[in-house]
Design a protein around this ligand. Structure first.
Ligand SMILES: NC(=O)c1ccc[n+]([C@@H]2O[C@H](COP(=O)([O-])OP(=O)(O)OC[C@H]3O[C@@H](n4cnc5c(N)ncnc54)[C@H](OP(=O)(O)O)[C@@H]3O)[C@@H](O)[C@H]2O)c1
Length: 405
């Protein structure tokens, strides 16, 4: 535990306060940095992690001291398990959101013990639930990109979230999802700027307060809530499939989708537009698409598909969704004061996107963290005939669009 002037408790103290010279002294005196005192159940490296002392960690692990190597010392084992928590140093650094330490420890660990972050793209990450999803993914140590329509707003969010989370692995991709051409351009930018993506979170969404028809002749929320995720996925999936075996697509949908009555002859073109119902119809279209993709991916009932597709209702959350002026807008703002915060809405989408427990979950609809069975009228979303009718309509529309442009 110690020899001559060295003292284990003093080494722990040095690790805690970041006293590099004292840590060097005790190591040179032969104190074992892997010793876990029966009263403390910990070792110096864990205290250094808790207190964000990267230089001390480097000294403990590599015996490196301001450019020199210590001659006489036992080095800290980066795979040591702390008796108090059962965590290894990298587990603890992740839990403590010490991202620089995670990066450093990764360089000292064999490949099988390294932390392998997921590369996740979130659409509409500049505000609301999307921004909270990005923040939580960063806190967990993942590599994240988000789309945003406004380059300046995107840069501002980028700066804010890097500072707030200490994780610098964040990019913004400028992209608009309001027309077929713009979605194609966004997909191209994503592939160029974020080619390692493995997980796609379709979060951007629109509750329209008026009927707006886009340049393709499509009602705007139909475009954003349904056509955009469909085209983005089509264009990104081939690349995603080359980036690993745990490829996930998560659609942030709405509980209200179960009340939708989307009509293939009317909804796409806004012919049945309603301030209240169009959101439900178009969110339902998104879910029909998502559940159809899940069906097509499922080659057998037992095997986990290469790509998983799931839809999730984030909860009733206080964001700018459906905001409008006038009396309705005022009432909505009042009601929203009682709703949950975006961080709560991000929990289930983040869980489905990255958690080891959600690996292999496929073709499901979650209401926050609860699995929701689609029954009654809502079961139409699982009906292959309904799914294929929408797929056929969309394929024909896109083919016509491509011929004409
Ligand atoms: N809030 C809730 O209670 C609730 C409940 C159920 C489901 N959801 C779903 O959760 C998701 C996030 O909603 P939220 O509540 O966070 O809404 P929000 O605050 O209104 O944010 C919507 C996001 O979508 C983006 N977006 C909208 N139209 C777009 C377009 N044409 N092109 C690109 N991006 C576009 C927005 O970008 P801009 O900033 O550029 O407009 C923004 O980033 C949506 O899919 C929504 O349907 C929300």
């Amino acid at each position: 535990m110690a020899s001559q002037g060295g003292n284990w408790k003093d080494l722990v103290k040095a690790a805690e306060v970041g006293d590099l010279a004292a840590a060097k002294y005790h190591l040179q005196q032969g104190v074992d940095p892997n010793y876990q005192h029966p009263e403390y159940f910990t070792a110096p490296i864990f205290e250094a992690i808790r207190n964000n002392r990267l230089e001390v960690i480097e000294l403990l692990v590599e015996g490196k001291y301001q450019g020199e190597k210590l001659l006489k010392s036992t080095l800290a084992d980066p795979k040591l398990v702390e008796e108090m928590t059962d965590l290894t140093p990298i587990d603890l650094a992740l839990e403590e959101e010490k991202h620089d330490i995670v990066d450093y420890l990764n360089t000292q660990l064999p490949p099988d013990a390294q932390w392998k972050p997921k590369h996740v793209l979130v659409t509409g990450g500049n505000r609301g639930i999307g921004k909270a999803i990005v923040e939580q993914l960063l806190r967990q140590g993942h590599v994240v990109a988000f789309t945003c329509r406004d380059a300046d707003a995107g840069e501002q969010v980028l700066k804010e979230l890097k500072e707030k989370t200490g994780n610098k692995k964040l990019q913004v991709v400028v992209g608009d999802l309001s027309s077929i051409k713009k979605v194609g351009a966004a997909a191209k930018s994503i592939l160029e700027q974020f080619p390692k993506l493995q997980v796609l979170v379709h979060n951007a969404g629109l509750w329209p307060s008026e009927c707006q028809i886009n340049e393709d002749g499509l009602e705007m929320s139909f475009m954003v809530n349904y056509v955009a995720p469909l085209i983005l996925t089509q264009q990104l999936l081939p690349q995603m499939e080359t980036n690993g075996t745990d490829v996930r697509v998560v659609l942030v949908t709405a509980g209200l989708a179960i009340f939708g009555k989307a009509d293939v002859t009317k909804t796409p073109l806004g012919k049945d537009f309603s301030r209240f119902k169009t959101y439900m119809h178009t969110k339902q279209c998104g879910m029909i698409w998502c559940l159809r993709q899940a069906r097509l991916q499922q080659v057998s009932s037992s095997a986990t598909p290469r790509v998983t597709f799931n839809a999730v209702h984030p909860g009733v959350i206080r964001t700018g969704l459906g905001a409008s002026d006038g009396c309705m807008g005022f009432l909505l703002r009042l009601v929203k004061k009682t709703w949950k915060q975006p961080a709560e809405g991000a929990v289930a989408p983040v869980w489905l996107a990255t958690s080891p427990e959600a690996k292999g979950i496929h073709g499901k609809f979650y209401h926050e963290m609860k699995l929701y069975e689609l029954e009654g009228d809502a079961a139409c979303m699982l009906d292959p005939t309904v799914q294929d009718e929408w797929a056929q309509w969309t394929q024909d529309f896109l083919a016509r669009h491509n011929r004409e442009t």
